[in-house]
Design a protein around this ligand. Structure first.
Ligand code: PDD
Length: 285
C-alpha cells in the first residue's frame, strides 16, 4: 500500500510530497513538530501533544495552521488513509514560505505537513521491551529546548555517536555535570531510595508527553517522583534506568557508558509504571 502524506491542505503520495525551497523550516529550522504514538489505531496522549504544540507555536509566535479540532480531524484522516494500527504520526508546522531574510513577518501562512508510519507490534505489549544501552554526550543544544523545534542537529549528532558504538540513545550532560535528557527521549533513574528521578522542566529539557503521564501515574501508584537532576555517576549506581518517548514509550536501560545498571534488577518500578500507562491507555496485550 502506498503511503499518503498531508501537505498544506492536500493528501498526496508520500513519494512526491514536497515543501517549497524557501520554506523557513528548511532555511532557518523555523518550525515545530510533534510525534505522537499510535496504538490499536488510537493516538496516545493526544491532548498533551496538542497542548505542547500550542506552547511551541505560541513561544515562536507562529499561528496555528488550522483550528485545533480541524487538526485532530486531519490527523485521524492521515492515520486512516495510511491504515496505521501501531506506529506514529509526525506533524510539522513551519512559519511558512518567504524570501530568505533572518527576521520574519508576524503574518505569514504556516506550512503544515503530516505523515503516519507503521512500526512492528511487539509480541507481548504488556511487558517492557528488552533493555538497551546508552552513552553520555555533552549537551551542546540551545537554551530553548522546551520548544519542540526541528533544530535537532546537536540531538542528531549525539544519537549518531551512540549508534557508532552500538547504543540505542545518548544521554546529554549539561555544564553542571547533570543528565538533562536523551537525544530524543526523557531520561530516568530509580535511585537507591527507590525514588524515581528525572530532570525538572526548567526550560532545559523537553517536557515529554510520556514523562507527564508517568509522573501523574507514579503519584497514583504511590511511587515517589523527585524532579531533581542526577549525575552520570548517580545513574551508574541506580537500581533501574529507563527512557521515555512517544516512540519507545517506556524503554528499560541496562548499561550506561559501559556500567551495568542494577544487579540483575527486575526493573520492578519501571514495569509498574509501564503497567499503569498500558492500562490507562487500554493498549491491547
Ligand atoms: N522525541 N526529549 C526530546 C529531546 C525529544 O525529542 C523527545 C521526543 C522527548 C520525549 O517526548 P515525548 O514523550 O512527548 O515523545 C524528550 C520524538 C519522539 C522525536 O523527536 O522523534
Amino acid at each position: 500500500m502506498s503511503r499518503i502524506a498531508y501537505v498544506n491542505g492536500r493528501y498526496c503520495p508520500h513519494n512526491g510530497a514536497a515543501i517549497h525551497i524557501e520554506d523557513r523550516g528548511y532555511q532557518f529550522a523555523d518550525a515545530v513538530y510533534e510525534v505522537c504514538g499510535i496504538r490499536d489505531g488510537k493516538m496516545l496522549d493526544e491532548e498533551a501533544h496538542l497542548n505542547r504544540l500550542d506552547w511551541s507555536l505560541g513561544e515562536l509566535e507562529i499561528p496555528w495552521p488550522m483550528t485545533r479540532s480541524a487538526l485532530q480531524v486531519t490527523m485521524r484522516e492521515v492515520i486512516r488513509r495510511n491504515r496505521v494500527r501501531h506506529g506514529m504520526i509526525y506533524l510539522q508546522v513551519s512559519r511558512g514560505r518567504a524570501r530568505r531574510a533572518h527576521s520574519y513577518s508576524a503574518h505569514m501562512n504556516p506550512a503544515l505537513v503530516i505523515t503516519a508510519t507503521s512500526t512492528p507490534r511487539p509480541q507481548n505489549a504488556q511487558v517492557l521491551p528488552q533493555p538497551v544501552s546508552v552513552i553520555t554526550q555533552p549537551d551542546i543544544r540551545w537554551q530553548r529546548v522546551d520548544i519542540k523545534t526541528v533544530a535537532l542537529l546537536p540531538n542528531s549528532m549525539a544519537r549518531h555517536a551512540a549508534d557508532n558504538v552500538g547504543c540505542r540513545e545518548a544521554w546529554l550532560i549539561n555544564a553542571e555535570g547533570k543528565v538533562t535528557e536523551g537525544s530524543s527521549s526523557n531520561a530516568w533513574i530509580v535511585d537507591q531510595q527507590n525514588r524515581v528521578r528525572t530532570h525538572p522542566t526548567n526550560g532545559r529539557i523537553l517536557n515529554g508527553t510520556v514523562r507527564q503521564a508517568l509522573i501523574r501515574l507514579a503519584k497514583q501508584e504511590g511511587i515517589e517522583v523527585s524532579e531533581i537532576a542526577f549525575t552520570p555517576q548517580e545513574a551508574y549506581e541506580a537500581k533501574e534506568a529507563f527512557l521515555t518517548s512517544s516512540n519507545a514509550l517506556v524503554q528499560p536501560i541496562n548499561q550506561i557508558d559501559g556500567h551495568k545498571i542494577g544487579n540483575a534488577s527486575q526493573n520492578e518500578i519501571s514495569q509498574q509504571l509501564w503497567r499503569a500507562y498500558y492500562i490507562e491507555n487500554q493498549i491491547a496485550p
